[in-house]
Ligand binder design. Structure first.
Ligand code: RFL
Length: 407
């Protein structure tokens, strides 16, 4: 079996040991791990390179994930430029409560915008490690996944002609709206889904953060969050009805709600700035089980979505990618199948743990605004417990940072 990438050939069928569908954090990390072991790999991406390098999304990366990137030579810029966060602040009942998770766990969060990470990963994959990548592909289709000779076809962006690529394995890393999940036979797949019945208006403001850490405002008007992204850029969230129209949220209304929901004694109000992103996210989670069908292995949002309530999605995507990349290398270089055999189970333990934490945290964030005095009472009890019980605080910190010794 050849592990080298074949020369680009625009016409006839091609062969790569691995085809990765999707150039997000998961797909590019898998690709980089494969290339570091000289395993041939083709990444197929629906968007252009410019689009994937600019798409704003996540920012909070857990320390174990950064160490995983570092171990694979993928964290140089991140370690130079990311901000380290060691605390967050809850605001409720008009007061501010700082939660020093760094002191409780000895671990911290890295704040590094997802587009910068994707830019680093695509440069390393394509320009340094010589990985093949095709941007702008259309209509990706997977074939013969339960044979040992699967293939992937796609429409070429320039000519519209269909191209066929033979491979040994397909990595489905094409996110929540991709094509690979649909290739799982419906009778063999279980999709567990949870809808929160809540929307979040996700905002990016050209303004410095009003505090040096993440803020969670648990308010009777609804949740508000502040996530610093850089000295000039801040992400804000405002709870809103699911399916709300972002046009219902003009500049004045956004800043007025942020001031009220994040307001607390002695706290400076949020610094206003131009809103460069404004979209409504309907909060939902799903988990696809199994994550594997024949020669197809799903990773990241293609396999499981966690609403951004606890900032976990990209971390899970990286966790999957580390396991899948290493397992494919072992299989393709030494014939060792054990990593692939245990892949889904090893991913899903952390996935379900993070899902449960997101649900717990959702009630903390949204319970006070549920219009139900009972839920408001229990949400406030959960919040107060974090600041009165060291045991509860330690457990929260462990879940927030993903530092449990075992999942
Ligand atoms: P991605 O990043 O969606 O990448 C998938 C790639 O596949 C391409 N694609 C296709 N390519 C070929 N053919 C097709 N048919 C294709 N369909 C799609 C897409 O163009 C894309 O390039 O998935 P991946 O790699 O699994 O990574 C997942 C993360 O992006 C996601 O979980 C996070 O962004 C979630 N998330 C956060 N996660 C964190 O860990 N920390 C955070 O602070 C955090 N903040 C967030 C977030 C997600 C957000 N949104 C937009 C839901 C904040 C927000 C607002």
């Amino acid at each position: 079996m050849s592990h080298a990438s074949p020369p680009p050939d625009s016409d006839g069928p091609q062969r790569f040991p691995v085809v990765v569908v999707g150039a997000g954090p998961a797909g590019l990390t898998v690709g980089n791990i494969l290339r570091a072991a000289s395993v041939g790999c083709l990444v197929l991406e629906a968007e252009t390179r410019e689009v994937i390098e600019r798409r704003p999304r996540a920012g909070v990366i857990e320390e174990w994930a950064v160490r995983g990137l570092e171990k694979r030579g993928l964290a140089r810029n991140l370690l130079d430029r990311a901000e380290l966060h060691t605390a967050c602040e809850f605001r409720f009942e008009g007061e501010r409560y700082r939660f020093p998770y760094g002191e409780l766990t000895g671990s911290h969060h890295f704040v590094y915008p997802q587009p910068l990470l994707v830019t680093d990963l695509v440069r390393e994959y394509a320009d340094v490690r010589g990985g093949e990548i095709r941007f702008g592909v259309r209509d990706v289709a997977l074939h013969d996944l339960d044979s040992d000779q699967p293939s992937v076809s796609y429409a070429c962006p320039e000519t519209g002609e269909r191209r066929l690529v033979h491979c040994d394995f397909v990595a489905g890393c094409d996110g929540a709206r991709g094509a690979t999940r649909a290739a799982l036979p419906p009778e063999r797949v279980r999709i567990a889904r949870h809808d929160y019945g809540i929307g979040w208006l996700a905002l990016l403001a050209e303004a410095p953060p009003s505090a040096d850490c993440v803020l969670f405002g648990c308010h009777a008007r609804g949740f508000a969050g502040q996530m610093p992204r850089s000295p000039e850029l801040t992400r804000y969230y405002l709870q809103c009805p699911p399916g709300d129209d972002p046009d219902n949220w003009p500049h004045e209304r956004v800043w007025s709600e942020l001031r009220q929901r994040l307001g607390a004694a002695g706290a400076p109000p949020p610094t206003e700035g131009r809103l460069i992103e404004k979209r409504v996210l309907d909060m939902h989670d799903y988990v696809v089980e199994p994550m594997v069908h024949g020669r197809l292995h799903l990773a990241g949002d293609a396999a499981h979505l966690v609403a951004p309530i606890a900032a976990k999605g990209m971390n899970l995507a990286l966790h999957d990618a580390f396991l899948l990349g290493d397992a494919l290398v072992a299989r393709l270089t030494t014939g060792d199948d054990s990593g692939l055999g245990g892949y889904a189970e090893a991913c899903l333990r952390r996935v379900w743990d993070y899902q449960e934490f997101s649900q717990w945290l959702s009630e903390v964030y949204h319970g006070t605004a549920a219009g139900d005095p009972f839920r408001a009472g229990t949400a406030l009890a959960r919040l107060r417990r974090l600041f009165t019980s060291p045991t509860a605080a330690a457990a929260f910190a462990e879940q927030y940072l993903g530092t449990a010794a075992r999942y």
